[in-house]
Write a protein that binds this ligand. Structure first.
Ligand SMILES: Cc1cc2nc3c(=O)[nH]c(=O)nc-3n(C[C@H](O)[C@H](O)[C@H](O)COP(=O)(O)O)c2cc1C
Length: 293
């Protein structure tokens, strides 16, 4: 397959992205993934009506989760220069999404989907994509036809809503989507090593890496065959997070990332148990200094 290193007007250095991940993909984490080689990094689900202070120093791809076009125009006006690409989530399987009629639970609301994509399209020249998961053919057909009108690519995570983020992805479903649309496909699901990455890049235009990047941004260097001096670690994250977020960095995010970055440590269960009991940053650093020195 001929390499396509562009989505709309966005030039890309390679075909490997960081998948959207709620809470995991803070600005510092996204920057580390970019440093390791990911050419595009996504935020997690973001409601365009949010009043939260959003940090986009790293020019991420933003992922919207909403069920009306309300506030989209204002959001784009405020942030457009800091955003690389817009994605609209149609795959979130969570109980919260179900309760709020978002993500996977709005896949039959074609009119609203179209209204939202049209609003984004009318207000930005940046690329626009949707992210879908495995769904019945009836909805897929309709959603693809809407996407063809407004979008520049489609991310496909071929697991069912019931599967959530685990179990085997259905490669046949992703292949069917590829066959049924002229839009480039960004494949998501179980990409953990070079062999998997190469295999998926033969069939699809781009790939995105989710869980195997958690606590391990250096996976992008591995997948790209880039030599690195040292694996990026929790201290690299903390230093960047402090620089970017200054006094707004909250302890629960520090603890969350400390737990992520120690997943594969020798003696991980014990270390992570200790980390889970910490009440401040000093306690975390105290536990980790033994492991990083
Ligand atoms: C902790 C976590 C949070 C996630 N949050 C989001 C999200 O906010 N939006 C989204 O589209 N997908 C989300 N996903 C799904 C991933 O983007 C990805 O499609 C999925 O994990 C499959 O890829 P993987 O097998 O490489 O993890 C999340 C997955 C995980 C594990």
């Amino acid at each position: 397959m001929k390499e396509q290193l562009k989505i709309r007007n966005l030039n890309l250095k390679n075909r490997i992205f960081l998948a959207p991940m709620h809470q995991v993909n803070d600005a510092a984490f996204r920057l580390l993934c970019k440093k390791a080689g990911a050419t595009l990094t996504y935020t997690g689900l973001t409601n365009p009506q949010t009043h939260e202070k959003l940090l986009f120093n790293d020019k991420p791809a933003i992922q919207f989760a909403c069920n009306s076009p309300k506030s989209i125009k204002e959001f784009i006006k405020k942030y457009d220069k800091k955003i690389e690409l817009y994605d609209f989530n149609l795959g979130c399987p969570s109980p919260h999404a179900k309760q709020s009629h978002l993500g996977y639970f709005m896949i039959s609301n074609y009119e609203i989907i179209e209204e939202i994509l049209k609003t984004i399209r009318q207000n930005t020249k940046k690329p626009l994509t949707i992210k879908i998961r495995k769904m019945p053919d009836e909805q897929l057909k309709k959603i693809l036809s809407i996407a063809e009108e407004y979008c520049d690519a489609i991310s496909v995570h071929p697991r069912t809503q019931q599967q959530g983020y685990s179990g085997m992805p259905d490669l046949e479903f992703a292949r069917r989507v590829k066959q049924q649309t002229r839009l480039p496909i960004i494949y998501s699901g179980n990409i953990n090593n070079c062999e998997q990455a190469e295999k998926m890049l033969q069939e699809f235009d781009f790939i995105m890496v989710g869980r195997s990047a958690i606590g391990n941004p250096s996976i992008f260097s591995d997948l790209l065959g880039k030599k690195i001096k040292k694996k990026l670690n929790f201290y690299d994250w903390l230093k960047l997070a402090k620089k970017i977020q200054k006094d707004n960095l909250n302890f629960s995010q520090i603890k969350f990332q400390a737990l992520n970055f120690t997943r594969d440590f020798e003696g991980a269960p014990e270390i992570r148990h200790k980390l889970s009991l910490t009440k401040n940053e000093e306690e975390i650093l105290d536990i980790l200094k033994i492991n990083f020195n």
